[in-house]
Design a protein around this ligand. Sequence first.
Ligand code: TEU
Ligand code: CA
Length: 573
Amino acid sequence: EGPGEWWRDAVIYQVYPRSFADGNGDGIGDLPGVTARLPHLKALGIDAVWLSPFYRSPQKDAGYDVSDYRDVDPLFGTLADFDEMLAAAHEMGIRVIVDVVPNHTSDQHAWFQEALAAPEGSPERARYLFREGKGENGELPPNNWQSIFGGPAWTRVTAGAGAHVVTGAEGEVPGQWYLHMFDSTQPDLDWNNPEVRAEFEDVLRFWLDKGVDGFRIDVAHGMVKQDGLPDWDGSVSMVDGTDAGAPEDGSTGAGNSGPMFDQEGVHDIYRAWHKVLAEYDGDRALVAEAWVEPLSRLARYVRPDEMHQAFNFSFLTTAWDAAPLRAVVAASLHASDEVGAPTTWVLSNHDVVRHPSRLGLAEPGLRPNGIFAHEPQPDEELGLRRARAASLLMLGLPGSSYLYQGEELGLPEHTSLPNDVREDPAFFRTEGAEAGRDGCRVPIPWSAEAPGLGFGATDKTWLPQPESYKALAADAQYGVAGSTFEMYKAALEIRKAEHLGAGSLAWVDAYADSSDVIAFRNGDVVVLANLGSEPVVLPHGAQVLVESGPTFSDRSVDPQVRVPSDTTVWFRA
Ligand code: TEU
Ligand code: CA
């Protein structure tokens, strides 16, 4: 485990390009926008950025429907803009990870267009999962799988070469069905096909040659399906997942154990990719987006010859409660110790409700994937206080941490978007039963006084920003003591100086079984989170390094520092 393995303790910041910064004023974020805002990230002190997809795409799932893996969508700029952004980031010492979406392509990808043009049984169709239907005339889908976005996972096309999706028009002769675990515009590839494997290795090389530092692998647990595609009665959906609560083993509760998830065969793919990356210098890394439980099962994605990291989504489904949070931390560290890869913490991303809103709900436990079925109104003040405490807790832990753009500003979810501006296919496929993920994808407020809160040069923003974003704009927080931005910045600086990411955790005995307080030592730093309702008194002489909210001392009683409810502090004892 050489010192060069930068990803082991890295803080990696997710840029969602469409909503980060708009360079040309069309209301949609782009790569020149990212380049222009790199100084913000430099000031924050992160080690790397991960960019969500900016490839050519019809944008039916915000770019997770790729039609050309080797080009930039004109919406986001050009390949030259990418090169410029990469060079500028590297110049600042910031590494860059890009997204790869290998489970499915867009239906506009040349391969899928060729598959429709070619007849049943052709090599062109064999890159995807085309099957005959069941029932007398094949009128029933090949199996009972449901799309993760809701609705059936199969769509029928017309018979023969030159097929198109069945519309029910007169004279149409229906033919095969194709599988799509997500939207019908996202056909699943057949990963048993060597051509598919070769193509993606080549895509990796394309970006490695450009100099990227790694890849985030989308739906990494889903690419290989069980032979025969058997029926499955469990849930796969974001919509009707079971309540996770706080499983004893620290598992995510995401429940992805069906024949379309976590099949043994996926690991061969990652062994091959590991070798591709190893051909390049500079310590390139793979991170798995795999909703797999329990954590021991997730750990198999980061065995020494596979991926380097796998998102640990445990915090997303754990209630704001000391005992279950402590259990999740212990289970996570245990699972990663066993396999020799540090764990990779996550509190927010572009698929889940932002944590200031999650933690401001009366029942903060979260369903898998964190999507609201309805739109409850969180208590934003309470939520932000808890979110800051949660972030400071996470950043004090050993391992790597991923941040989602805007969490360093304390941005809440937009919980009252009008339906006519929504774009998430999960909203449409559930006919609105599910609000979808647009609420966590709202354009970043950069300047409190500028039109569009400084998202771009105009007042255009592809989604409206809520009222509360004005006070949270970046320029309203820079240099302001106690602001969320300054808290993150201070924490990242201390984390680096004290090597917390590479450290190890020892629980503080006095609180080992506390139902209110989580406390551990990491090197010379003690991290203490008070989740109870009464203030916690720190030991004599404790020197507070950073706090998620104001601590105080009541000198009329004694001079010791008191940590109020829903507050985390780092201190030296
Ligand atoms: O999300 C993956 C995803 O939604 C599944 O892993 C799902 O969460 C789980 O299996 C169900 O419990 C990724 C992207 O992050 C998301 O934005 C895309 O919409 C999706 O893949 C399709 O590419
Ligand atoms: Ca733009």
